[in-house]
Design a binder for this molecule. Structure first.
Ligand code: WTA
Length: 633
């Protein structure tokens, strides 16, 4: 098995070794996996291109490592335990043997429908076991999965299908999520009307069973395609650097980009980080509450836990349904030992009141995790006291879609705890802070932009169909460094605290949203002339979306237009990007070269108008006053 660090000295030694001899260190971690053919060279890299390759020449299939490898030793152990949205509905459990069977059958069904190595398959599905099964089925036959969070709109879904020229879409009929009933397949139908010519087949999983229109020749039922298949499906041999999946994420500019991860490095790194960051031991029950539509779900619901032979819980619902004690009830019911969630959920449950946690003793919880956004001190302490009862260490794990796995985190029970600090780099990770000129800021008790100066095995390889964009976004800002887009501080002992994005990305409830994307959506409203979107501090969501909008004529009713704008954004991107505050303004502060001065807009959105800095160089300084006073036109 991959190394599991147990003491502070072991951590220090492992980190040092990973820096002094990265190839030796990672070769050892990779050795415990099942390779069809061993690699010839561990690493080749060049951040200029970028061209990064790990385990060169190695051949493998990640599902053999997630499933087949465990059959002899833990075939009857539960791999996935699924908790439905409705607390009274039956739990579904899959042992490693059963999951293996289901994945093989689904893989055969994909093959029977013309899917083969390298083909892209899009997923638009709720959190049901068939999602995990079908994702693994893709990986088994070498097809590339592109999972789209099922909260995105038809337009967003269509954009992603087109960008990756997906041959198939796998979806559900409907989804009951919290109290909502969502017509999933209907959204897929709408998306497919937007020029997704590459899609030949839609496989529909019957989830709620409500009536549904199927398109003859294109749409097929999961049960018709999968149930009769053989449970024997030899895995496709993949090169370590063959594509495993694409996952779209937002950046400062343009449309979301498809982050590409490959088979070998991703496998080694997700397993390594899962075992170490959570200190998973055999028999533990692990629960990550993320959605598989995001990287956290890919790496720590599907791949990491299965690679490590863990038992993990997959949850269909939301933290507040039917009441704000649902998480704690599920923890108790499934005897969860390691619980991993997002600060936004913690804050929402904290706001609901302690009475919701009190009936639960949560004695099985050993480790608590946090991910997706900075955790504020108040939420950290509440999590520690009410959920961890001050006996479960909290791991504040910092990472990104692009990093594939956790890069900076405390190791529970091993490194010390400091609230709100993601603390120390994982072995293999070499963070640096730089100033705006790219000069490395050395020493401790300093702040700067967070970069990584050496590749780790699951660093992104490219952005799908547009390598230049990958280079520009991540590798061109600072020479020879991967730029994270985050600002961070390093304390006197070398611990890192992530401050937040330094680019035009806002983090709303742990979801990354590009301000440009929201602006483009708002501008689709026929009465909107121009808009500017910024983030502002929000008690529950971490950041909220604040939109300044110029309209083409005097607005009669502000409520009407703001509602219409929200609807447009929901239609184009999805409800997660809906602005929280919309301010109709007569103009936007611009520099003489016509650039919007977001700094000023951010200050006003934060409610801090006392020190707006120098506005004299603006083209239109008078609008600042109008914006401050809320003048409409
Ligand atoms: C933010 C999620 C502070 C950060 C895994 C990063 C965090 C972005 C943390 C990536 C954390 C993630 N503390 N900020 N522990 N974890 N972030 O791609 O701004 O959805 O750049 O990946 O979330 O979001 P993504």
């Amino acid at each position: 098995m991959t190394l599991q660090i147990k003491t502070l000295d072991e951590y220090k030694a492992a980190w040092q070794r990973s820096v002094d001899d990265p190839e030796g260190f990672w070769a050892e971690q990779a050795a415990s996996f099942q390779w069809r053919k061993k690699w010839k060279k561990v690493l080749e890299w060049d951040f200029e291109q970028p061209d990064i390759q790990w385990f060169i020449g190695g051949k493998l299939n990640i599902t053999e490592n997630c499933l087949d490898r465990h059959l002899a030793t833990r075939g009857d152990q539960t791999a996935i335990r699924w908790e439905p949205n409705d607390p009274d509905a039956p739990v579904r459990s899959f042992t490693y043997k059963e999951l293996h069977t289901e994945v093989c059958k689904a893989a055969n069904a994909l093959k029977a429908n013309g899917i083969g190595k390298g083909d892209r398959v899009c997923f638009y599905m709720p959190m049901v076991p068939e999602l995990a099964i079908a994702v693994l089925a893709c990986a088994r036959i070498g097809a590339v999965h592109s999972v789209v969070f099922a909260g995105f709109s038809a337009t967003s879904l269509a954009d992603r299908i087109k960008d990756a020229t997906c041959k198939m879409v796998i979806c559900s009929d409907y989804n009951d999520r919290g109290p909502k009933h969502i017509p999933v397949k209907q959204i897929v139908d709408e998306a497919l009307e937007m020029g997704c010519d590459s899609v030949e087949t839609v496989i529909v999983h019957r989830n709620t069973g409500d009536a549904l229109a199927m398109v003859e020749g294109r749409d097929k039922w999961w049960h018709d395609e999968v149930n009769h298949q053989s449970a024997d499906c030899p895995a496709e041999e993949m090169d370590a650097e063959d594509m495993l999946f694409i996952l779209y994420t937002s950046g400062s500019t343009g449309k979301p980009k498809g982050v590409v991860h490959t088979c070998g490095g991703y496998m080694v790194y997700t397993c390594f980080t899962f075992r170490n960051a959570f200190q998973y031991s055999d028999g533990d029950v692990f629960w990550c509450t993320a959605d598989i539509g995001w990287i956290t779900g890919h790496s720590y619901i599907i791949y990491g836990p299965l690679l490590a032979g863990a038992t993990s819980v997959m949850f269909e619902g939301v933290p507040t349904y039917p009441a704000p004690d649902r998480f704690w009830q599920v923890c108790e019911k499934h005897k969860v030992n390691i619980f991993y969630t997002a600060p936004t959920a913690i804050r929402a449950l904290m706001a609901a009141g302690d009475q919701w946690t009190e009936p639960y003793d949560l004695k099985d919880i050993k480790v608590l995790g946090s991910v997706g956004e900075p955790i504020n001190a108040e939420a950290w302490h509440w999590y520690d006291e009410k959920i961890g009862k001050k006996r479960a260490p909290i791991v504040d794990t910092w990472w990104q879609t692009e990093t594939g796995g956790i890069l900076i985190t405390p190791l529970p029970g091993i490194t010390d705890q400091k609230p709100t600090f993601a603390s120390y780099p994982m072995p293999g990770v070499q963070p640096v802070l730089v100033d705006q000129f790219g000069t490395e800021i050395v020493g401790n008790d300093v702040e700067g932009m967070l970069c990584i100066k050496f590749p780790w095995p699951s660093i992104l390889r490219t952005t799908y169909g547009d390598h230049e964009r990958c280079r520009q976004t991540y590798f061109s800002t600072f020479k020879n460094r991967y730029f994270t887009g985050d600002g961070a501080r390093r304390d006197e002992d070398g611990r890192y605290r992530i401050i937040g994005r330094v680019d035009d990305v806002i983090n709303v409830s742990g979801h990354r949203i590009g301000t440009a994307e929201v602006e483009n959506a708002i501008n689709e409203h026929p009465d909107v002339v121009e808009s500017a979107v910024v983030g502002y501090p929000h008690d529950i969501k971490g950041q909220g979306i604040y939109a300044y909008v110029i309209t083409s004529h005097a607005v009669g009713n502000v409520d009407t237009i703001t509602k219409e704008i929200r609807d447009v954004v929901t239609r184009i991107i999805g409800p997660i990007a809906k602005p929280d505050i919309i301010q109709i303004v007569p103009g936007l502060p611009k520099t003489r070269s016509g650039k919007i001065m977001r700094r000023i807009l951010r200050k006003v959105a934060e409610g801090d108008t006392s020190n707006l800095g120098d506005t004299s160089t603006l083209l239109n300084p008078e609008v600042v006053e109008d914006i401050k006073t809320g003048a409409l036109r």
